[in-house]
Design a protein around this ligand. Structure first.
Ligand SMILES: Nc1ncnc2c1ncn2[C@@H]1O[C@H](COP(=O)(O)OP(=O)(O)OP(=O)(O)O)[C@@H](O)[C@H]1O
Length: 431
């Protein structure tokens, strides 16, 4: 079980922060219990601050809970059917009040917009049962008609110190020894989103009983701190404002595309969501191409829309699960071959200077030089002329090509020597 679920508070006392909001909520419950119907509660606040958790704790004070994720588009048609009856009928006794939870009411999208909002307004108007709604975006147009009918409770981000204390408690429960520096860093990075802080802690622990400070230096997240936040916002949220804010990072937008492409199937589970999301990435890629061709970087904006909003809204609903994100495979490959690429770069520079050609052309000469270097005497002369270092010489020469002799017996293939590996002299070897 993911730690966010394992450690999801079951009572108001276990909640981090928002003490004043909790007092107001308790008062609202009391009024209902005393037979005084109250307007619906609208819990408004950033992702991962405990709105859904609070809604469930409120539910535990009533006889039953009916929960609907408002961003699930299948629900619009059935919204009234499912809870319509429950919301309008009840016995004369207050002890069978059912709490109706409408989660993420600002997440409704597409053509279902109006129908969904209308259905919610109808339920609010006619319900004889208590209702709790949750939403992220206070400025959402979808809330315009809903807000006036509700009692708004602002849920605020937890203070970093409270997050550190909470993470520490989880570490104690899990018998994990964590460097305090790590917990402070996780709290800082989470920007008040407890869910992300807990998820990060779980990812770092990776089943180990000790989390040392060295992990901070090793983690990819430190190389691209903003990128992972942006990916998380795109894949975990449907709140456009939040996604756009998270995407305001100082990184190459194409890198963002690669990171998103890598992580879509890690987060999204339904084939149609994955298909839709990749469709948006392919359109983004077309816009990147146009930007390069025309040098009109306005196209980047369209590309970003597809990567951010397009991919985010490709999911039916947000997944409340823990997902370990990763850097793209191509990026890891580039990382692994970085040293080799640097040496080739130096080689090209040296050749371009000696032969008075551009670096680009110099690179195309490498496969031919490799063939020329097969002759040991010439190889030594060229090495001296180009002033090659040992490493450059080794890379340029590559593995010696085995000349096939008719008489030679066919070499037995070893497990670690699969076909097509490093034996042909092609340009590809130098990429
Ligand atoms: N204030 C809090 N106190 C303790 N745990 C919290 C708090 N806020 C969030 N969490 C942890 O984060 C997890 C996610 O919280 P929750 O689903 O309630 O957030 P949310 O505000 O509804 O987010 P979203 O807007 O994305 O739906 C919980 O399971 C819990 O582990």
């Amino acid at each position: 079980m993911a730690w966010t679920e394992k450690y999801r508070p079951k009572t108001f006392n276990e909640m981090v922060g928002n003490k004043k909001a909790i007092e107001e909520i308790k008062e609202w419950i009391k009024e209902w219990k005393d037979g005084k119907p109250q307007p619906p509660l609208l819990l408004l606040g950033p992702p991962g601050t405990g709105k859904t958790t609070l809604a469930h704790i409120i539910g535990s004070h009533f006889s039953d809970t009916l929960e609907l994720n408002a961003s699930d588009k299948r629900s619009y048609d059935t919204l009234i059917d499912i809870i319509g009856e429950a919301s309008t009928t009840r016995s004369l006794f207050n002890d069978n009040l059912k709490l109706i939870i409408l989660d993420e009411v600002d997440g409704i999208h597409g053509n279902e917009d109006r129908g969904g909002v209308r259905a919610i307004n109808k339920i609010i108007k006619e319900s004889k049962h208590p209702i709790v709604l949750t939403a992220n975006d206070p400025y959402s147009k979808k809330l315009q008609t809903i807000k006036p009918a509700c009692k708004i409770i602002n849920i605020r981000k937890a203070h970093p110190n409270s997050i550190v204390a909470y993470l520490k408690r989880i570490c104690e429960e899990e018998s994990i020894e964590a460097d305090p520096k790590i917990l402070r860093e996780l709290a800082k990075r989470s920007h008040g989103d407890l869910r992300s802080a807990i998820n990060d802690l779980e990812a770092m622990a990776k089943g180990e009983k000790r989390i040392g400070a060295e992990i901070l230096e090793a983690g990819e997240k430190d190389v691209f701190p903003g990128l992972f936040d942006a990916i998380r916002a795109i894949l975990k949220s449907k709140n456009i404002r939040h996604i756009k804010e998270a995407m305001q990072i100082d990184e190459d937008p194409q890198l963002l595309l690669e990171f998103t492409a890598e992580n879509i199937p890690r987060e999204y589970e339904k084939p149609h969501e994955i298909k839709k999301a990749y469709n948006h990435l392919s359109r983004a890629d077309i816009f990147f191409g146009r930007a390069t061709q025309t040098r009109d970087y306005i196209y980047w904006r369209y590309a970003s829309e597809h990567i951010g909003v397009g991919v985010a809204l490709s999911k039916d609903e947000t997944y409340k699960k823990f997902t370990r994100y990763a850097g793209p495979g191509s990026f890891q490959l580039l990382g692994r071959t970085r040293t080799k690429r640097q040496i080739i770069e130096n080689l090209a520079e040296k050749i371009s200077k000696k032969l008075h050609i551009s670096k680009k052309v110099a690179i195309t000469t490498l496969p031919y030089l490799k063939i020329i270097l097969e002759d040991e005497k010439t190889a030594q002369e060229i090495r001296k002329y180009l002033e090659l270092t040992d490493e450059e010489y080794k890379i340029l020469k590559g593995k010696r090509k085995q000349r096939k002799s008719r008489k030679a017996k066919p070499k037995k293939m070893k497990k670690e020597d699969p076909p097509h590996q490093g034996k042909q002299t092609t340009l590809l070897q130098f990429k």
